[in-house]
Write a protein of this length. Structure first.
Length: 550
């Protein structure tokens, strides 16, 4: 039987268009596999690729989520071999060893496994992330507990903590690597009376990953504090630190924060993936009208552009993407941040340090003497910073900054409450972007469903209509949640001549909102519902983060 080519199969299944296939074949590296090239461009998901390969190769695929592993088989394939070749042992039947591989056509690996284990190798296909998750969970868990009891009784505990091969160091590495593999944004280490709970924040939601015995807590936290250059003898006051962590050829920055609680110090590690920093404005999820308006805002030679929203709504990513767009050699960009999250080449970045007197206010005054074109202020927290920011914009600088408010119009009220004169605000502000992050429907298990009666009512209230919506059933790829990854929704308020006049006159929020509606402003809720129509997310997700502030 003649085997159908992978590209033709993908086109037949309607997963890629003939144009996408031809473009990928023309642009990809000659040694790169077609499947990998399509994955890299985001045309297909790994689950879709595996299902097509199953048809093409006749090799079944396996989900490793809650798979009943025989842990005695893990010693047959060393961890290094498993990780390098992306292979995991599943079960043994007589002379056959069944293994899950991300590339079941790699005959060199299959041959090596046959020689090293002495078994006949039977292959199944599995997702790369699934395999890495299994290796991290089973191999590393065995490693991290081995020798811990000896370590616990070691006399020189500080030496054990500083040794990079100690069980404490291995456990920390494993916790961080697993978090990176899961694309978590934060790791929470919570001490309780009799145990330590490790939780990961994935797509904005916290999940308990594992529970450790309390005796492991002291050396685990000491190891993290040493890596973050924090004072391990001080456990009564909050501390901050930073770790640079190398993971599979790229660097991940970790911001570490400690907080004393009644059962010990709670540690939170914020993961800043330097390799995957969103540096492209077009990939932030702006709809076409908002994207065009945002690009025109940041091209202005002067004025203030504010990005607002609660903590964890992606404000920094939007700021950095805007700076990246403006960053070229004929522009002098200076930022003042607390802390500097991502380091951008060609941008002068200043870190706030209250101990040395370097606050947002003093830093901003110094920046103005450095002949900048663009200034980025990490956050407007007080009246002093707000006033200097306004002064900077009025003297011919473009200023980008963030503020913690719930809506674009609410930002104006907040700044006036801070003590800023309305006429100053009116003459300096050019635009406000309010932003939230919502979870995307998982591409692998999404299915089309009839919109509910309530959903239709919500859409009608906003002048929209909907018949079909996309929802995730839940699959191993998305940890049975139905969601994988996040997308931003935006509300972009342009401060035009009419709006300036209304702000200067101290008009009320309803009047400002009326002007915004007249100016075709797409509010957060509307942008979210448009993304539901496009199949990116669900109505529940939009309503969770974007209720209307009248």
């Amino acid at each position: 039987m003649k085997r159908v080519r992978l590209g033709d199969l993908l086109v037949q299944q309607g997963l890629v268009t003939p144009e996408q296939l031809q473009q990928t074949l023309a642009e990809k590296d000659p040694v790169q596999k077609l499947g990998d090239a399509l994955l890299q461009r985001g045309y297909i998901t790994e689950q879709q690729l595996i299902e097509v390969l199953e048809v093409q190769l006749g090799i079944p695929h396996v989900s490793l989520y809650r798979y009943p592993f025989d842990e005695s088989l893990f010693h047959l394939i060393p961890k290094e071999t498993a990780k390098r070749n992306l292979v995991v042992p599943l079960k043994k039947q007589g002379e056959k060893l069944y293994v899950a591989m991300s590339d079941p056509m790699d005959y060199f690996v299959i041959n090596d496994l046959r020689l090293s284990t002495g078994f006949q190798i039977e292959t199944l296909i599995a997702i790369k992330d699934d395999i890495l998750r299994t290796i991290n969970r089973y191999y590393d868990l065995q490693e991290s507990f081995e020798g811990w009891e000896i370590e616990k009784e070691a006399v020189q505990e500080d030496e054990a903590v500083q040794d990079s091969d100690s069980p404490a160091a291995k456990l920390v590495n494993q916790i961080v690597q697993y978090a990176i593999g899961q694309k978590a944004s934060d790791i929470h280490i919570d001490p309780q009376e009799t145990k330590v709970v490790i939780r990961y924040r994935i797509d904005g939601r916290l999940h308990t990953e594992r529970v450790l015995p309390k005796h492991m807590y002291g050396m685990l936290t000491a190891r993290i504090k040493i890596m973050a250059a924090m004072d391990i003898t001080e456990q009564r006051v909050p501390q901050d630190g930073r770790i640079k962590f190398n993971y599979e050829f790229y660097q991940v920055d970790l911001r570490v924060s400690s907080l004393p609680t009644i059962h010990g110090e709670k540690l939170v590690l914020r993961l800043l993936d330097l390799g995957n920093a969103l540096n492209d404005v077009t990939k932030l999820g702006f709809n076409s009208l908002n994207l065009q308006r945002f690009l025109s805002l940041i091209q202005n030679p002067h004025g203030i552009v504010l990005i607002t929203g609660p903590t964890g709504s992606g404000k920094s990513s939007t700021l950095y993407a805007a700076l990246n767009k403006l960053n070229n050699e004929d522009v002098n960009i200076i930022t003042i941040e607390d802390p500097v999250e991502y380091q951008l080449e060609g941008v002068n970045q200043i870190q706030v340090n209250t101990n040395t007197g370097m606050t947002f206010g003093t830093g901003l005054r110094s920046i103005l003497r450095q002949d900048p074109n663009v200034i980025m202020v990490g956050e407007i927290r007080d009246r002093e910073t707000a006033e200097i920011t306004i002064r900077a914009s009025l003297t011919g600088h473009l200023v980008l900054s963030t503020l913690h408010t719930n809506s674009a119009i609410g930002t104006l009220t907040r700044l006036i409450d801070m003590g800023i004169e309305p006429f100053l605000l009116a003459s300096s502000l050019t635009g406000i972007v309010s932003q939230r992050l919502i979870r995307r429907v998982c591409r692998d298990c999404r299915e089309e469903q009839e919109a509910t009666k309530r959903e239709k009512e919500i859409f009608v209230e906003r002048g929209l209509s909907i018949e079909k919506v996309q929802r995730g059933r839940g699959c191993p790829v998305c940890n049975m949640t139905g969601y994988k990854g996040r997308i931003a929704i935006h509300e972009l308020l342009i401060v035009d001549r009419e709006m300036r006049s209304a702000i200067a006159n101290g008009d009320s929020s309803p009047k400002l909102r009326e002007l915004a509606v007249r100016n075709n402003t797409i509010f957060l809720l509307d942008d979210g519902l448009l993304k539901v129509k496009q199949g990116y997310t669900t109505t529940e997700e939009v309503l969770r983060v974007a209720t209307e502030q009248q």
